[in-house]
Each structure stands twice: as C-alpha cells, then as structure tokens.
Design a protein around this ligand. Structure first.
Ligand code: GTP
Ligand code: SPV
Ligand code: MN
Length: 600
C-alpha cells in the first residue's frame, strides 16, 4: 500500500514534505488501515466523503429542502461529551502537568496507546487531515495534521478548520506541525484515552468519536498544546469568544470573554441587541477560542483559530439566538439532536410547538409524554463560520483584532453580581483565577455543582495551573496598552430558582457599560471587590424587568463574599508551590477589607 500523498492531474503531489510522509507511513504501519486517503479539502472530496458517510450510516441526510446540505449524526450513547477523567497531559514530570490535570508518564502513555493503536484501523481507512488553526498565512497560526479513521471527524474538521491543500501549502517542507492520531476503536470507555504530549507537539486520542475528544484542532491543539506553546512563546491561548461591538456611529470595540463550557460564549458572540439599541451591531470573530499576542502598539491582538462553530443545540432558537439559527440553516452537521418525521431537526428549547412525534437522539420513537429528553443536553451543531450573517469582516485577518476588554464569567446562582470591573490587571487575573461555575452537560459527570474553573480553562490548560496564572501576571509587562478586565454573571437566581437577568440579547446593556468603561467614558461605583455600574449607568430603557430584580442581580452581599473568598483557600492550596503569591495576597487583601467592613 502507498503511504505517500496522491498526485493531482498534472502529476504534482499534494506535498513533498518528507517528515510528514514518513510520519504518516510509520503510523499507518502501526494502525494497519486498508487504505490511506490524503484530504485536500476540495468540494469534490467533501461530496464523495459525505456520500460515503451516508452509505455507511455515519450521517443521515436531513430534509434537503428545509436544511440544504445538512446531515444528522448519532454518536454512541456512551460517547456524548468530553471525558475529563480520561484526558491526560503527558509531560516528563507530574509537576509540569500540575495538580489540576491527569498526568501520565509519556513513555507509559506511548506504550499503552501503541498497544491499542496496533491494528486499530484494520478493515478501515486512515484519513490524513492537514489543517491550519488560525488565518491562512498568519504568524499567529499553527499547523496540525490529524490521522483519523472516522469520516465524521474528517467532515467536522473540514468545517472547524482551514483544512486540506491550504495547510500543506502553508506547511511547505517544515517539520513544525502538530502530530495528531485518532482512532475510534470500538468506542469502549474502558479503552478511551485522550493524551497530550506537549514536548512532542503530539496528541493521541483513542476510543471516542465525539467533539472535543476527537476534533484534535479544537481543545487538544488550540487550548491544551496551545496554552503550553503560549507560555513558551509569550502569548495566550484561551477558552474565549471574540466579538466586535459596533456603535451607531461606526465605532468598533473588540471584546474577548471566557465562560466555561455551555455557559454562553456562542450566544454572546452572536448576540442581537434589543430594540432600544437601534444601530448597535455585534460581529462574531470567534465563539470558543482566542489566541492573543501583543502587537507593536502594546495592545493585545486576538485571532480565532477555528473556522466553524461546534455549538450547543438545546436552548438555541430564533428567540434566544437567531444568528445561530440562520448559521445552521444549511451545510451543517447536527450531532445527537432529535429528528422530525419530515427530516427536520428538533431539540429542547427550539421555537414553536413541541412536535407530536420525533425520533430521539438515540434513534428511538419519542413523543411529548416521553420522560427522556428528545435531544441530548450536549447535542451540537457544526456550522461553517462563513454561514454566520454576523461574521466580522476581520475574522480572517492574519493580524487579528485589538482587544479593549476581557470578560470572565461563570454560571453562578448566587454571590457573583451581574457585572464588575477589576481595579487593575492583577486584580483582573485574580477574577480569572478564582472563577467558579456550575458544571454542565459539556463534560461527562454530574451537572450543577459549583467548581472552580479558573479562566474557564480547568479542563483545557496543558500545563501547571499555577504557572499559567504566573504567565498571565507576567504578560502585563508586555501589554503596555492593556484591555480592561471584567467579571459577569448572567445566571444569578432568585429564591424561587428563576434567573434574575433575562440574558441573551439583553446582555447588550451590560456590554455597553463594559465598552464605555474600557473607553473611559462612563462612571462606576467603587466597591470592596471592584467597580460596578452606578445607579443609572446601566441603560435600562425599554427594559421590561422590574427594577428590584435588577437590583438583586447586581447586588453585592458582603457576607456571601466572605464565604466566597474563604472558599478560595482550599483551591489555592491545591495548586501547591506554583500558586503565585501575588494572587494569594489579592485574596488576603479582599478578606481584610471585608473583615474591616464588618467591624465598623
Ligand atoms: P461551549 O461550546 O461548550 O464552550 O459552550 P458556550 O460557552 O458557547 O455556551 P452556549 O452559548 O452554547 O450556551 C450554553 C447554554 O447556556 C445554552 O443552553 C443557552 O441557552 C444558555 N445561555 C447562554 N446565554 C445565556 C444567558 O445570557 N442567560 C441564560 N440564562 N442562559 C444562557
Ligand atoms: C466545550 O466543551 O467547551 C466545547 C465542546 O466547546 S467540545 O468541543 O466538546 O470541547
Ligand atoms: Mn468550549
């Protein structure tokens, strides 16, 4: 069998990169596929692979009149989310991975996975998927090649990354590419491992076919390996959306925001401002990941390494996120959603009446009396960024966009107010480092438990979390023109357990204050913990929420904060010797202020 790339009509091979060809050959010898297929990213190839996926029942065509170019995929029911307990950082020492990551010795990991990969592609095809994370030709971009035996992965990678010939051309003869290997094997959780080898720029993933476990450009390269490279090379790889806010006068302000998985990044990045904000427009640069470097003017510039959205379907509707609904209307892949008898898609929280009958995400008949959900709570759509009617025209700019504000936000039923601005960079890093959030369906495990999720990076930081905090602190020296830093919470609840703040488009009211603060043109009230909007600073005109609910959403309860600050102690201690003293002192300072307050 030939492991070499095929030639085009003129006899020119896709690539003559010897290191790449040799590496593919070695891993093909290990995994023993029947065929090796190099992907060039062309339309013809997409058509052919889609037909194959349909023939193999990996994809099910949806109603091509209602949803042109759209397909449904049902994953194995045991394989519906990222698996954090099976995700490993394989560094020479355990300390390099740090206390928040699962660690495996690289030798042991390679040995264990080599056994599993041996012959894992027998009877199957190995696809060679070259891809770029980031705009073509940008010095911020990185190249990866994923070897996979899953057509679902290939077709998703085609949407989520700049895939094919374009990547091989950018790579040229260089050996600097991420080496990704993936095999679905028998999709058995007992044989499921997602292993990262930062020192080798290598990712091996086996035993899963789902999302962040297998689309190796996304969380594995763009965040885990990316954060490691960022530390080494002096930049930031973050779990952040990037959006541009355009005012009616045409002023553009770029904002990056880190919210944990399934906590509102896609929705915020595609927000439609309410009527009151006539003439305001939100442009999406990215909805999940930001790579940020300091520019010559001392500002932080961000690119979105991805070229598509792997977004949460449940809760997405014309009411909550019309931009997303338009984005997924064609050429999209739906995973684990329900299907209507006429080949449309459905999920909990979609517009309109609940259909009387459906095929649920597992492929079983469903009706409104069924006790189970029709779509899996972590059901997703994969859609090309270019489908997005609100796509920023700078989304593809190799230079990135200049960031004026960074926002941290979690899903918190209490304590954390609607919005607060940090006093300074270090205080902002403290906001990021102490972020807490209730767990969601984006990862396997119990949902709704508050856990610390620093920078929304707990599952995605590829090295020691304490050193990551230190990296953020040290970046200040480089960023002479820094963005302002904020904390938000869209998820605070009243005593009856109802959200106090309507969220979604109404978040524009908060964003407007953030933009005005970043541009130093609106007031704020100093509190013990940060700056908050003064009465009247938040634009609440045309808002149908009673003022007392807004007060409750924005309130800061010193007693709750005392408990909150005290709760950081265990977390900081768990980071161990790498925990930056400067952040511990931030906590001590705030606690001292709380205590002083209580004594007066
Ligand atoms: P990942 O793709 O997992 O990283 O998630 P994400 O951060 O992009 O989250 P997404 O925007 O997909 O939102 C996840 C869930 O949060 C959806 O079910 C939304 O309905 C809900 N959500 C998003 N924004 C808001 C908001 O402002 N308020 C409330 N209450 N819910 C929201
Ligand atoms: C997340 O969990 O943060 C996601 C989905 O964006 S996944 O690609 O599965 O990581
Ligand atoms: Mn995410």
């Amino acid at each position: 069998m030939s492991f070499s790339p095929p030639v085009d009509a003129s006899g020119k091979p896709l690539t003559s990169n010897e290191q790449l060809i040799k590496w593919v050959a070695n891993l093909a010898q290990l995994t023993k596929p029947d065929h090796v297929v190099w992907c060039n990213g062309s339309e013809d190839e997409k058509k052919r692979l889609t037909e194959e996926a349909v023939a193999q029942k990996i994809l099910e065509p949806l109603n091509q009149e209602k949803l042109p170019g759209c397909y449904l995929h049902r994953s194995n029911p045991n394989d519906v989310a990222r698996v954090e307990q099976l995700t490993f950082i394989c560094t020479p020492t355990k300390d390099e991975a740090g206390p928040t990551n699962n660690w495996m010795d690289p030798k042991e990991a390679y040995a264990k996975l080599t056994k599993l990969f041996d012959g894992s592609m027998k009877g199957r095809t190995m696809y060679v998927v070259p891809y770029i994370m980031g705009p073509v030709g940008s010095k911020m971009s990185k190249i990866g090649v994923e070897l996979t035996d899953s057509l679902y992965v290939v077709l998703n990678m085609r949407i989520m990354t700049r895939m094919g010939q374009v990547a091989l051309d950018m790579l040229g003869a260089s050996n600097d590419f991420n080496r990704g290997l993936h095999s679905t094997l028998d999709c058995n959780p007992e044989r499921r491992y997602i292993c990262h080898f930062p020192q080798d720029n290598t990712i091996w993933s086996i035993g899963s076919g789902y999302g962040g476990n297998v689309l190796l450009g996304k969380k594995c390269l763009a965040l885990r390996i990316g954060s490691y490279l960022g530390k080494k090379e002096g930049w930031l790889a973050e779990h952040m959306l990037i959006l541009g806010v355009e005012s009616p006068e045409g002023e553009m302000t770029y904002v990056a925001a880190a919210f944990p998985s399934a906590c509102g990044k896609t929705n915020f990045a595609m927000m439609i401002p309410p009527k009151r904000f006539k003439g305001w427009k939100i442009w999406t640069v990215g909805d999940d990941i930001a790579w940020m470097r300091v520019g010559e003017d001392g500002r932080l510039y961000a690119v979105n390494p991805e070229s598509g959205y792997f977004g949460v379907a449940p809760g997405t509707s014309y009411d909550s996120n019309p931009t997303a609904m338009k984005t997924v209307a064609h050429d999209s892949i739906f995973t684990n959603v329900a299907r209507t008898p006429d080949g449309d898609v459905w999920w909990e929280g979609k517009d309109g009446p609940i259909p009387p009958e459906l095929i649920d995400w597992k492929g079983n008949p469903w009706n409104p009396k069924s006790t189970e959900k029709a779509a899996h709570p972590n059901a997703r759509f994969t859609a090309p960024a270019t489908n997005n009617p609100g796509l920023s025209r700078y989304y593809d700019d190799p230079a990135g966009v200049p960031i004026s504000a960074i926002i941290f936000g979690g899903r918190r039923a209490s304590t954390v107010p609607l919005v607060m601005q940090a006093f300074n960079w270090l205080n902002g890093v403290f906001f990021g480092a102490t972020m807490g959030s209730e767990t969601t369906a984006a990862a396997a495990g119990k949902v709704g438990v508050v856990r610390r999720d620093p920078f929304a990076m707990l599952p995605f930081c590829g090295y020691n979390m304490g050193e990551y905090f230190q990296h953020w602190i040290e970046m200040q020296a480089q960023i002479t023109n820094p963005p302002k830093i904020f904390m938000v919470n869209w998820f605070r609840k009243d005593k009856a357990g109802k959200f106090l703040w309507p969220g979604f488009g109404e978040n524009m009211r908060v964003l407007k204050w953030i933009v005005d603060r970043a541009r130093l043109r609106v007031g704020g009230q100093e509190t013990l913990f940060g700056w908050v909007p003064k009465a009247g600073d938040l634009d609440l005109s045309g808002f149908d929420v009673p003022p007392e609910r807004v007060d409750e959403a924005t309130a800061i309860d010193v007693n709750e904060w005392k408990i909150e600050l005290e709760s950081y102690a265990d977390f900081f201690k768990s980071i161990g010797s790498t925990m930056p003293r400067a952040l511990e002192l931030q906590r001590d300072l705030l606690l001292a202020r709380v205590n002083a307050m209580k004594n007066t």
